[in-house]
Design a protein around this ligand. Structure first.
Ligand code: C5P
Length: 234
């Protein structure tokens, strides 16, 4: 039976948040944002180990107490210039630390998606466990889409049929993901599925809800705070 490993790239700076501190360390529900995703993975009985990819110059990790998760967590100080480079470096470093088989599953998850729930994670794993390629959580696009010119005036309306917003986790076999990221022409791709697609595969889209959104702008943090409060009350 293959093992399941989580890999969380957390070596970005989150420039769009307009904050000095990398966004994974901004406070959400009394904890650094990244804490929440780590907890979801560490509390899942299906996940064997959780790798965190940090920048070699990481300014925040050691300020917090991670002992609650120490049985499952490994920190890898090998983040790169882009997200894809951080994931690729992380895959190589993880295999140096831990016995990972080529057919083991890797679930790559953004540090900036703190609202992933245990049931969303379980559904992704269940739907993909027997899949030949792997896939990702995603949401069908609900809004009408406009394409603009550089002046923010509409050039055309794009059909939204069959369009999805990609989320994470994105789940692929270790060897396939490593090969895909090693061969991808542009390490500026913004998700792992793009690298798999560049090899000619078709990752499966696992229907999710929009609450697993990525914290990108300051208002996203306030919304995440409210959702967490509601979840804690119910
Ligand atoms: O900036 P963005 O929100 O797209 O980043 C998505 C995820 O990729 C975040 O968890 C971020 O820390 C990570 N990342 C990284 N290395 C980079 C850039 C982003 O690990 N060079």
């Amino acid at each position: 039976m293959p093992n399941y490993f989580a890999l969380i790239p957390a070596a970005g700076y989150g420039a769009r948040m307009g904050n000095q501190l990398p966004k994974q360390y901004l406070t959400l529900a009394g904890q650094p944002m990244i804490y929440h995703a780590i907890r979801t993975f560490c509390e899942s009985s299906q996940i064997k180990r959780v790798f965190i990819v940090l920048s070699p110059q990481d300014p925040g990790w050691k300020k917090y107490d991670w002992r609650a998760f120490s049985g499952k967590l490994s920190m890898l100080y090998c983040g790169g210039e882009t997200r894809a480079e951080s994931v690729l470096n992380g895959l190589n470093a993880a295999a140096g630390r831990f016995a990972i088989e080529s057919s083991d599953w890797i679930l790559v998850h953004d540090a900036a998606r703190p609202l992933l729930t245990q049931s969303q994670l379980g559904q992704l794993i269940d739907e993909l466990a027997d899949d030949a390629v792997g896939g990702l959580l995603a949401v069908p696009v609900a809004d009408t889409l406009k394409r603009s010119g550089p002046d923010a005036r509409v050039l055309q309306t794009e059909p939204r049929e069959n369009l999805w917003q990609a989320q994470t986790p994105q789940m692929f076999r270790y060897a396939m993901l490593l090969e895909a990221l090693n061969n991808v022409p542009e390490l500026s791709i913004t998700d792992d599925a793009s690298a798999i697609e560049a090899m000619g595969y078709h990752p499966k889209l696992v229907h999710n809800t929009s609450d697993n959104f990525k914290i990108t702008y300051p208002q996203d943090l306030a919304l995440a705070e409210r959702i967490m409060q509601q979840r804690n009350q119910s």
